[in-house]
Design a protein around this ligand. Structure first.
Ligand code: PEP
Ligand code: MN
Length: 263
């Protein structure tokens, strides 16, 4: 179902007014984690003003350490819904537990499956039964073939609205958090009709590298971007070092928009 051979036309995923794929480009932006009403609503207003089409924000966070901030949970989902009501931006947030599918089906617009769960096959089968689009991030060290097969798990259950997301992978290099695999964009487009977007924030791990990676992704033909933006990166509860200020995000959006028109 994900294979380009049996489905030559590009899949276009629609979320409200936003479209991703088939020549439509959309930017998803927002904080790594929802932290408070003030934070998520302020960031939502800012990224909307700069041209983001969707709002991101984690409520359930997959943290390496059990002692790190785990996200606000269902209270975070409530705040995302409030930010959506205020701005009209559809919301994108990560699911980690198949028992949450009914709640996410009711409250969320795009359901993110994170890198660490790319091969959580029981989770993939359950989100495959949902009606909401699924944003499937590439695993930390997975091949294109494995990634597409994970999309296949979702699609084989009936949900064909899958957006793939390259977010950098593990290599020998330790300077960056991950290594952005720009080759994934043309390769996936060759292999599959599904849209592919890029997350330069988790690839770089450093805010000042987000813009050049975002531009590289657009130049290579990505169908969209997902970018971490925080109104106070120095005090963010998660991933502050890679988060853009709303001002830096606005500057990035000017360059991205100009480049999208060229590509
Ligand atoms: C995230 O988007 O905040 C996240 C945890 O991403 P990834 O699964 O790519 O690490
Ligand atoms: Mn993050």
């Amino acid at each position: 179902k994900a294979n380009r051979k049996f489905h030559p036309e590009d899949t276009v995923v629609s979320v409200g007014k936003a479209k991703i794929g088939g020549g439509n480009f959309s930017v998803i932006a927002g904080p790594c984690s929802v932290e408070s009403e003030e934070q998520i609503c302020a960031v939502a207003e800012d990224v909307k003003a700069s041209g983001a089409a969707l709002l991101r924000g984690g409520a359930f966070k997959p943290r390496t350490s059990p002692y790190s901030f785990q996200g606000m949970g269902t209270a975070g989902l409530d705040l995302l819904m409030e930010a959506r009501a205020k701005t009209g931006l559809p919301i994108v947030t990560e699911i980690m537990d198949p028992r949450m599918c009914d709640l996410f089906e009711r409250e969320v617009d795009v359901v993110q499956v994170g890198a660490r769960n790319m091969q959580n096959f029981e989770l993939l089968k359950e989100v495959g039964k949902m009606s909401k689009p699924i944003l499937l991030k590439r695993g930390l060290s997975n091949t294109y073939e494995e990634w597409i097969m994970s999309a296949e798990y979702i699609m084989s259950e009936g949900n064909e609205n899958v957006i793939l997301c390259e977010r950098g992978m593990r290599t020998f290099e330790t300077y960056t958090r991950n290594t952005l695999d720009v080759s994934a964009i043309p390769a996936i487009k060759q292999m599959s009709h599904l849209p592919i977007i890029v997350d330069p924030s988790h690839a770089a791990g450093m805010y000042w590298m987000v813009e050049p990676l975002a531009l590289a992704a657009v130049a290579a033909g990505a169908d969209g971007l997902i970018i971490e933006v925080h109104n106070d990166p120095a005090h963010a509860k998660c991933d502050g070092q890679q988060s853009l200020t709303p001002q830096n995000f606005d500057a990035l959006m000017h360059k991205v928009t100009a480049l999208v028109d060229l590509v």
